[in-house]
Design a protein around this ligand. Structure first.
Ligand code: GCW
Length: 690
């Protein structure tokens, strides 16, 4: 069967795509289509693409190649308002074989575009890349690209439970319908794979790291298999979070000791059982001896003992990803130091198929943290970066906060020990804690789709500038009109700093309300474990504020390379964005701006709130570029965002003043309510709680 018939087989699908693509079709824009809307081109770009009118030919037969053809046909139909007829142009897909890393080349000669690469996935990735360019209005005759992935593993981590609750999920219930699987496969599972593939994501860990052992029971295997089968053509491998105590929980053993031969045999048999059904199973992700999860230390063994035991069960078929997010109430040292202290001594002891997954910063996905000191400190261990796409500490789904600049900040950070974070993780990869849910728009808010998109694009190419990501996303998702992009791209780029400013300015961290982490509660000081308390992190009193992590304090600085520690050790020299992370300083400490610390702090809060006002104004001017439904959604969310930014500012300032007794700096407004008011607010039903 030749390439043409492949295309013919896609005809039905194209016809249905056409239905959605017709200009003026009465189809509400609810955000479901994500960045894959392929809105009809206009003007010169439309004429050019219509004139190009390619035939799509594919040399080969495989399912992934067929998808590449379908995607091209669907995208072109949508972009031009009509199915390509093969009126002279050509898109030739030249990729053979399974496997390959998805790297691709797009070469254009006259009216012929050739997509090639080492395996079929190359053609699928190339097709998405070509469509992205065309969606941005680029002339097909000018598209020449050659791309390879910046790292092998580009994974989403879902913190989804089998009952549909999503830990730290702000977009509804889980997208995974375990109850109806394996018999019913929801269309969302295909659309999900397609969205991921379009940005280069190649794996999905489908359950929470606070893992239910159910996923390791025979009942779940057919469910997992159905998903894995559906995702395979999209190049998405399925992984699961494994509960370390599973041999006891569901295996009938009385121990989960990694050095016990029965435990080893149980995991080996379990892995074999999984691989018999899912030959390309990705492997296990494990949260062990962290926040009450079971692990090897329960038996006096190390993280390396536990990880290697699982790694041997998996063998060459996949990987074990072991999380470094550990801290203990029994350990009195600074929480920011604990992961390093536990893991650095194990460097060199992990097997080849074990990867240690490290959060971007040493505490926990705060609006801003310095990079994690483990990056660069374990030269003989594969390290993977864990980022959080879902906005647990960044305003849930109602604050507009574009996170590419945050990830760019960590990826580009020079560890002073063998390269930037991006270079350190290049042999392993990046994981993003997903923000997907059952909400029609997937991510809880339209702009949070940009964070999913940005995560995938950065994992594919960690050198991509945030600005380019924002432009691409904005043009594909909302409007390619230059006036829209000129306003909305800068708005997105400034939004994360705004969140830092009104929530946790100047290096403050973890001032969130207990448990659900919704809203401010810097006054909480009395919870059982010290590091659960915001007071532990800010250490504010009548004299000053901030966590002394220099030699006179916890000396967390010593965990960084000397060259980096030197930049951060002097409170007068450090970038003010990290000041209170590393230093305890008096309220009148002179800041580079010339203001005393207190005035600077209030100015930062005000700057954050003002930035949200500005965002609302910017958005209000975009009505003509955006469909009514999404325009209104974003407008309403920005109203919530504005109120909550004010709340963060006012509650924080009211609390600091209760400690320092200082007046408001000249010209700054008093908090709207009393401290008692802010302290009295409770939100037991806030979403996403663990
Ligand atoms: O960010 C914290 C969250 C927990 C989460 C934990 C982790 C999955 O508050 O909900 O648990 O980190 O990363 O393990």
């Amino acid at each position: 069967m030749g390439g043409r018939s492949l295309v013919n087989r896609c005809a039905a699908l194209i016809a249905s795509a056409l239905l959605f693509a017709l200009p003026g079709a009465v189809r509400a824009e609810d955000g479901y289509a994500l960045w894959l809307r392929y809105a009809p081109l206009e003007g010169e770009a439309l004429e050019r693409l219509r004139a190009f009118d390619p035939a799509i030919t594919a040399a080969g037969e495989g399912a992934t190649l067929a998808l590449a053809s379908q995607e091209l046909a669907r995208g072109l139909t949508s972009l031009t308002g009509g199915m390509p007829q093969g009126g002279g142009g050509e898109i030739a897909l030249n990729c053979r074989g399974e496997g390959g890393d998805g790297s691709f080349t797009i070469e254009t000669r006259g009216r012929s575009i050739r997509i090639s690469g080492p395996g079929e996935l190359s053609c699928l990735y190339g097709a998405y890349a070509l469509l992205r360019e065309l969606s941005l209005g680029v002339d097909p005759a000018a598209i020449n690209l050659s791309e390879a992935p910046g790292m092998p593993l580009r994974l989403l981590n879902h913190w989804d439970n089998p009952d549909g609750h999503v830990e730290r999920g702000y977009a509804g219930r889980s997208i995974f319908d375990w109850w109806r699987l394996p018999e019913h496969l929801d269309q969302r599972m295909i659309d999900y794979a397609r969205a991921n593939a379009s940005i280069g994501i190649n794996g999905s860990v489908v359950n929470n790291v606070n893992a239910s052992p159910l996923f390791l029971t025979p009942r779940y295997l057919p469910k997992l298999k159905r998903l894995a089968d559906a995702w395979r053509p999209y190049g998405i491998r399925l992984y699961i979070s494994a509960r370390f105590s599973a041999p006891r929980d569901v295996g009938g053993l009385e121990t989960a000791d990694p050095l016990d031969p029965r435990v080893q045999a149980w995991w080996k048999a379990k892995a074999d059982e999984i691989y018999a059904e899912i030959p390309d199973f990705g492997g296990f992700l494990v949260k062990a001896n962290s926040e009450g999860q079971p692990g090897p230390q329960d038996y006096g063994r190390t993280h390396a003992d536990g990880a290697n035991m699982l790694g041997r069960a998996i063998g060459e078929r996949g990987v074990v990803i072991w999380r470094a997010f550990v801290y203990s109430e029994l350990d009195a040292t600074d929480r920011a130091k604990q992961a390093y202290a536990e893991f650095v001594p194990l460097d060199g002891q992990f097997d080849d198929n074990v990867i240690v997954q490290v959060k971007n910063g040493p505490i926990d996905f705060q609006p801003r943290e310095p990079f994690h000191p483990l990056f660069g400190a374990m030269p003989n261990t594969k390290l993977m970066l864990e980022a959080q796409i879902t906005k647990e500490y960044l305003g849930f789904s109602t604050h507009l906060s574009f996170l590419a600049p945050m990830w760019e900040e960590v990826l580009r950070a020079d560890t002073g020990r063998g390269g930037t974070v991006a270079e350190i993780i290049a042999p392993a990869g990046m994981a993003g804690v997903a923000n997907t849910g059952s909400d029609r728009n997937w991510s809880g808010s339209h702009f949070d789709q940009a964070n999913w998109y940005a995560f995938g694009r950065l994992a594919w190419n960690p050198g991509l500038p945030s600005e380019q990501i924002a432009r691409e996303w904005g043009a594909q998702t909302f409007s390619r009109d230059e006036r829209f992009l000129a306003a909305v791209v800068p708005m997105m780029l400034g939004s994360r700093q705004a969140t830092v400013d009104y929530m946790n300015p100047l290096g403050l961290a973890h001032l969130f309300d207990t448990g659900h982490h919704y809203g401010p509660a810097p006054w909480v000081c009395d919870l059982a474990r010290p590091e659960w308390n915001p007071c532990y992190y800010h250490k504010a009193d009548a004299e000053g504020i901030g966590f002394d992590r220099t030699r006179s304090g916890s000396n967390a600085l010593e965990q960084y390379a000397l060259s980096i520690a030197a930049q951060w050790s002097d409170p007068r020299m450090i970038d003010p964005d990290y000041l209170l992370w590393f230093h305890h300083v008096p309220w009148d400490f002179p800041m580079p701006s010339g203001r005393p610390l207190w005035d600077e702090l209030v100015a930062r809060y005000d700057r954050g709130v003002a930035a949200v006002d500005e965002m609302a104004r910017t958005w209000a001017a975009q009505e003509r570029f955006v469909d009514a439904e999404r325009f209104r959604d974003v407008s309403e969310y920005l109203r919530i965002h504005r109120q909550e930014a004010q709340w963060w500012r006012d509650a924080s300032i009211a609390y600091w003043r209760s400690l320092n007794g200082l007046d408001m700096p000249a010209g700054a407004a008093e908090p709207e309510h009393t401290l008692e008011h802010y302290r009295s607010l409770t939100f037991p039903e806030a979403p996403g709680n663990g």
